[in-house]
Design a protein around this ligand. Structure first.
Ligand code: GLY
Length: 398
């Protein structure tokens, strides 16, 4: 029950039910905390649009060894995370451990792929360089213009919509309560976050508050200046293509693994699902909080994907959607304490919210329990943006 005059008490309030907030709510409830999760429409933002690629190297750049390590840890944990969710809920999450094939089209693309191979190898990721013919041997529907590629066998993908549905089923089963309301104000007393107010007047009193509300995490009233990290929305347009009945009757899927490519300098990916659906993404646009699906965005994605896999043109265009990734100034997430004691940050996951959900939950729940972070998470502290915030770290969250 919620409403004016209602007070709920919990060890933990999680603000925001995207993939990160859902994973934290589930794992913290499993560890015995009383947990409230506030979100009027969980898993309807970036998590709903996401393709669900679990590809740590592809999403890390040269300077981002720490991000690669974080992603690799999460990828390693994903099999267990997914299996546990399925066992608890009976819901499949669409995990496919079939690798990624990154392909190139012209000489410039191949030069970029060679750079990626060097990066992957510098991270110790086993990578196989392939000729165009070898690429087509693995994925016969690739276009004739593909001149070569790289195979990363460790990469996986998951269906984020199925994963969110399983998390939403697992959360109440673990004893956490989802409140379908928006948080309007963070409550602060004695220089510490002590809970929040919801948009219907409900008051939440909580020992700790986790802020995992995506790109708008900083927009909640009551946050002292500098308590939330700098975040910006980064728009991604993404398409879902489905085989027509005639194509489905033909049997073989168009692709068996994720295919990423660079077409005339522009990156594109195609992620196959078990039911034959192909997710085709994604634009990356710095336009503020705009979620318009544009003709140009759809055209660019279809043009580039068609250059890689001409057969996509036979598919039904089932969905075109745009969502906003939460980007920090260095595009890496913010994990752990904030300048406001009691307020813990788990946001800014940019292109990696699905991949990084298991490791983020592990880090945040560990921090809530012990007040400490593992060494591999220290690169993601908020104090890298606001050095003065480091003082807030000392007391831990609980
Ligand atoms: N993780 C892929 C994307 O954000 O487009």
């Amino acid at each position: 029950m919620t409403g004016p005059g209602t007070v709920h008490r919990a060890d933990l309030l999680v603000i925001g039910g995207g993939m990160i907030g859902l994973a934290i709510a589930w794992r913290s409830a499993q560890r015995g905390m009383t947990v409230l999760l506030a979100d009027p429409r969980p898993a309807t933002g970036a998590s709903h649009a996401a393709a669900g690629m679990l590809t740590p190297v592809a999403e890390a750049a040269y300077a981002e060894r720490e991000l690669f390590e974080l992603g690799s840890r999460s990828l390693a944990a994903f099999g267990g995370f997914a299996a546990e969710l399925t066992e608890l809920t009976g819901l499949d999450v669409g995990l496919r451990q079939s690798g990624t094939l990154a392909v190139g089209y012209d000489a410039d693309d191949m030069a970029m792929l060679a750079e990626h191979a060097v990066l992957r190898e510098s991270f110790g990721v086993p990578t196989r360089r392939l000729t165009g013919r070898e690429c087509r041997g693995l994925e016969p529907m690739l276009g004739p213009g593909i001149s070569g590629g790289l195979l990363v066998t460790d990469d996986s993908s998951v269906d984020p919509r199925l994963l969110a549905a399983a998390l939403l089923a697992a959360i109440p089963a673990a004893g956490a309560v989802h409140l379908p309301r928006a948080v309007t104000t963070i409550r602060v007393a004695g220089g510490r976050a002590v809970g929040a107010e919801l948009d219907d007047g409900t008051v939440i009193e909580a020992g700790s508050v986790v802020l995992s509300a995506g790109w708008s995490s900083g927009a909640i009233a009551g946050l002292p200046p500098g308590a939330a990290p700098p975040l910006r929305p980064v728009k991604g347009q993404i398409l879902r293509l489905r085989p027509t009945a005639a194509l489905s009757a033909g049997g073989a899927p168009l692709l068996t693994r994720t295919v990423r490519g660079i077409v005339q300098g522009s990156p594109v990916y195609l992620v196959p699902r078990g039911d034959g659906e192909l997710v085709l993404g994604a634009t990356q646009e710095e336009l503020g909080p705009d979620t318009t699906v544009t003709a140009g965005g759809v055209w660019q994605l279809l043009r580039d994907a068609r250059a890689l896999v001409p057969g996509i043109t036979e598919f039904e265009l089932a969905e075109a959607i745009a969502a906003l990734r939460p980007g920090t100034p260095d595009n890496a997430p913010v994990l752990g304490p904030s300048a406001l004691p009691g307020l813990v940050l788990a946001t800014g996951h940019f292109r990696g919210g699905v991949l990084l959900a298991p490791v983020t939950a592990e880090i945040i729940v560990g921090y809530l329990e012990t007040g400490t972070l593992p060494a591999y998470a220290e690169a993601f502290l908020a104090e890298r943006f606001t050095p003065a915030a480091s003082a807030g770290r000392a007391g831990g969250a609980r």
